[in-house]
Design a protein around this ligand. Structure first.
Ligand code: ADP
Ligand code: MG
Length: 258
């Protein structure tokens, strides 16, 4: 089967008026259909840069990205991007925020609107369609952002630290909700997080990056018993702590080298 996303020898250099800096170097990465992959690594190691490249928002200085076997030339509806901050428009209602991606791609129909309303309901946002973002909690706003990302039905979701602005309880609830929703729909996902236990609890595979420049240091497969349950219970599974310590010590070694 053709991978959902394939990065071939991707490198990225940021050029400013003062210097050129290599943010990502020689990245080789393949993500299969239905897979959930997390990118972890020190701040500044290029995680957001990698997501922006996969989203088609940034053209890599070198190498190529294939999405479902086709060379990526810019943003595509096949790829949905959800950010740390929800970026909802304060002057738009919840429903109109959720419909934004469909609107931008000219796909608003009575049917797509009904599906989006259904998604809001599924995320526990029934009755909130006609109110405004400031009337919702941070966790609810992130759920709206998730609906907006899902509404265009992308095969691949990119999640850049989507829980980092939330309190711990809300974050755990949202992890389970996102995991369940993506699994039910057989979506493929790449998550960026600085929370190692979140990465283990949510993923099939974890990619550890090192910095200066961003490169893959190691990959870890998450054992089946951890993958099979939702993130909250994954943390109680046998082997969870062992994997945590294994990745942790690999991270420490990585930072020693730098
Ligand atoms: P992460 O998400 O892992 O924290 P980023 O991808 O944001 O890392 O950044 C990787 C490196 O590229 C960092 O050294 C950062 O300072 C640099 N960088 C990121 N965005 C830009 C930009 N727009 N211009 C110049 N340098 C940038
Ligand atoms: Mg980042």
């Amino acid at each position: 089967m053709v991978p959902v996303v394939e990065l071939n020898d991707v490198a990225h250099v940021y050029i400013t008026d003062r210097e050129a800096s290599l943010a990502v170097d020689r990245l080789q990465l393949t993500v299969s259909a239905g897979e959930f992959v997390s990118l972890v690594g020190p701040s500044g190691c290029g995680k957001t840069t990698i997501l922006s490249i996969i989203a088609g928002l940034l053209t890599p200085s070198h190498g190529e990205v294939l999405v479902k076997g086709l060379k990526l030339e810019g943003p595509t509806p096949e790829v949905g991007y959800m950010l740390q901050q929800d970026y909802l428009f304060p002057w738009r209602t919840i429903l109109n925020n959720a419909l934004l991606g469909l609107e931008l791609t000219g796909r608003i129909t009575p049917e797509s609107t009904a599906i989006t309303s259904g998604l809001l309901e599924e995320m526990g946002l029934q009755g909130k369609e006609n109110i405004y973002p400031h009337q919702l909690s941070g966790g609810m706003r992130q759920r709206v952002a998730l609906v907006r990302t899902l509404a265009t039905d992308p095969g691949l979701l990119l999640l850049d630290e989507p829980f980092s602005a939330l309190d711990y309880q809300t974050k755990l609830q949202l992890e389970d909700l996102i995991s369940r929703t993506l699994r039910e729909r057989n979506k493929t996902a790449v998550l960026v997080t600085h929370d190692l236990s979140e990465a283990i609890a949510m993923s099939d595979r974890i990619i550890l990056l090192g910095s200066n420049p961003g490169r893959i240091r190691r990959m870890f497969d998450v054992p089946r018993n951890i993958r099979e349950v939702l993130p909250f219970h994954a943390r109680d599974q046998e082997g969870f702590q062992d994997l945590f310590h294994e990745i942790w010590s690999a991270m420490e070694k990585t930072s020693d080298q730098e």
